[in-house]
Design a protein around this ligand. Sequence first.
Ligand SMILES: [Zn+2]
Length: 520
Amino acid sequence: MAEATRSPAPRRVNVSFSPPTPNGDLHLGHLSGPVLASDVCARSQKILGNDVVYACSTDDNQTYVVTTAQRLGVTPEALIQEALDSVRTSLDLAGVEVDLFERPDAHYTEFVRDFFTHLWKHGAFDRREVDLPYDAGTGEYRAEAFVTGRCPTCLAHARAGVCEACGLYNLPGALLPSDTATALPTRPVSIWVLDLERYRSMLTNWYRSSDVELRPDLHKVVTRTLEGRLPYIPITYPGTWGIPVDWDGPDAPPQTVNAWPEIYVGHLYWPQRVRARGRAGCDEFVQFIGIDNGFYNAFVYLALKLLAVRHGLPVELPVTRTLTNQYFLLEGRKFSTSKGDVVWAREYLEKAGRDRARFVLSLGSPELQQSEFSEQVAVNTLRDRFDTPLATIADTLGERLSGRSVDAPPSAWWATAIEASVRRFEAAYDLEGFSIRKAAEALALHLEALALRAGQVRTDDASDVSGALLFLWTLRTLAWPVTPDLAAAVGEAFGAGPVGVPLLRDATVPPAGAFGALVV
Ligand SMILES: [Zn+2]
């Protein structure tokens, strides 16, 4: 009997976003894409009562760090530390409540090295000779961020590795040189690779048996990549930037772990560090990434995960959801940190305010296709869909319903409205069709409906009054993932102090206190 009434243990959900390369602060493209979406997701999983760990780190071992430091004339270490501090400040300003945001340290480095060395020992990787651009002046091979050219698949300007435009992978040396005259000559070198073709059946079996739906862009990357021979991915590069491995013996030229595959191991490491304090493991992993990370997630991280399990590493196979986003355009142009063509997240957050920035960026988030950021459009949207209805609600309810309580069942109109809005928010927060655009749209309509109706509430009708107040009260929970400050203000309007995480199952339980005033 006791068994039947005991509620099941909360689902353990790990949430993360692509680790930002520490070569600068977050810009609006980062914020409107993976960062804000992952925070709204983590918060919405919390209001569902789940056990959530939300962790991320910087991506220090990317070669972008070195190229940016060279351009700015600073040391990579100084650049990383400054970026870490700036990103932390921006996350804080944005109300992005990560449990952990760290940079790789010695313990992490050891963990990553052990992971790859274990797979290498079990024969998971192949040694292969590749042609890499070679700078005879410095005696260094060039890879990844050091190499730019034209994508051999879509002809967009791209860096070696994954093309940001089409999301597909270009093999080492395959990029078409933009300028043949200045292109470095290539030179053969032996590296260790993950030959995905070797694991084709393992990967296709996984996709065949998985019932997790992919967003259309990622689906395209998967099907297009599977159409041809699967590429091999460098697991090591010659060089010294990154995590060194000595698989070819102490006398071989130095090699480091490719920073892209390394990200997968970070996904294991950082949440574990938080979970070490609580329940280990997770049932579901939700990862928010730009489409340029789609290929690595869909193939490389999946292969590494399955190989880790095959070769006896303590890796779980949680339900994994990879939610990609497209790009934010700035007045028609792509954000570019290196060209200085950006709106910085911090600048915008300071100007717009936390909730307003979160609302308008969620509403226009480039979830499924590119979307445009225009400061003027954002100003108009905020005025029409956030500030004006909120001011109307605060003024009208303050004038007419101050001192009243939810002390009767809501009228039929309000009961229907409450049910409809709760359903809309639930659909937006459901991992199956998760969407911050839908969540912000649900909020905008909730505010619009309340603003329009507030002036018509019959103050002599307890069910009409109770309905209006209860409709407002539900925002304390429903709006908490998108606009946490508004949610808190709604709680305070009814004299409810800070409660930590409000729970969705209690969203329509009437507040204990009377309505005073909504201060927004
Ligand atoms: Zn391309």
